[in-house]
Structures are given as structure tokens and as C-alpha cells.
Design a protein around this ligand. Structure first.
Ligand SMILES: [Zn+2]
Ligand SMILES: [Zn+2]
Length: 141
């Protein structure tokens, strides 16, 4: 099953009404496969003709309530949204000055800890995503 189909199925199962706008947001996030700002999403081809910023924001809110989308970032004007995909995890580096965000490429050391927590608590389906904050080279320069 494609990621996109999975997502729509999951959205349906969590009680979200399948609208053109919802489909467009999921398509957009899945295709870009990186955190996107509200403005980027709103101006993305799939969404541009569908709905306004407020609608997109409301849907993103709802998707994050359902654990399908994660909101990242330091401040309001530089909030990013990214899909939460089971089995896929990313850790991020965020600049507290300009709000830029990038995925960390280095291997993640937290998986071992995750395994320990799983053993100790009996939680299943554990996942994590980390945000590291700091000042990016161009802001620091
Ligand atoms: Zn910066
Ligand atoms: Zn990690």
C-alpha cells in the first residue's frame, strides 16, 4: 500500500473527514518529505486552489491532534509541520534566531535508550523525535 493511501486510511480511522483539502495536505507533505511551513503548504500546487491559510492551519491542527502530523520549530512565525510516519524517525536542528530547521543526518543514539524503555515499561510502538536548538552558522556569523 502506498504511503499516501496509508495516510488517508489512518485519517479516516481517526475520524477525520476526507476532504479535498485534507487529501491535498497529506499529498503535499508526503511528496516533499520534509518539514514545511504553513506558507509553503498553502502555496503548494495541491493546495493553492483548494483553500486559504486558516483552513490549512485548522486541518494541520487536527492532524497533529490525531498524531499524524508533528509541529516543529521555535516560534509562531516559523512553525513547521511534518508527517509522523510509523517506523520513520528524524531528529532536527533548529535555529532559535532565524527559525531555520534541518534534519540531522548523524546516526541517532536514542534507539538504544528506546529499546531499554520499551523493555522496562512494556510500551509498544515507541518512537521519538528530537529537536536540538541553537544558533545556525549564518546567524552566528
Ligand atoms: Zn539562523
Ligand atoms: Zn533520534
Amino acid at each position: 500500500m502506498s504511503l499516501h493511501k496509508d495516510l488517508l486510511e489512518k485519517a479516516k480511522n481517526s475520524g477525520l473527514r476526507r476532504t479535498k483539502a485534507l487529501e491535498a495536505i497529506l499529498t503535499c507533505l508526503a511528496e516533499h518529505n520534509r518539514p514545511m511551513t504553513l506558507s509553503e503548504l498553502t502555496s503548494c500546487g495541491h493546495l493553492a486552489e483548494q483553500c486559504d491559510k486558516a483552513t490549512v492551519f485548522r486541518l494541520l491542527q487536527r492532524l497533529s491532534d490525531k498524531g499524524m502530523v508533528r509541529r516543529l520549530g521555535f516560534h509562531e512565525r516559523a512553525a513547521y509541520f511534518t508527517l509522523l510516519v510509523p517506523g520513520v524517525h528524524r531528529d532536527y536542528l533548529i535555529c532559535t534566531d532565524c527559525g531555520s530547521i534541518e534534519a540531522i543526518e548523524a546516526p541517532c543514539p536514542v534507539h538504544k535508550l528506546e529499546e531499554e524503555i520499551r523493555r522496562e515499561t512494556g510500551f509498544v510502538g515507541l518512537y521519538h523525535e528530537l529537536e536540538f536548538f541553537g544558533c545556525c552558522p549564518s546567524c552566528a556569523g
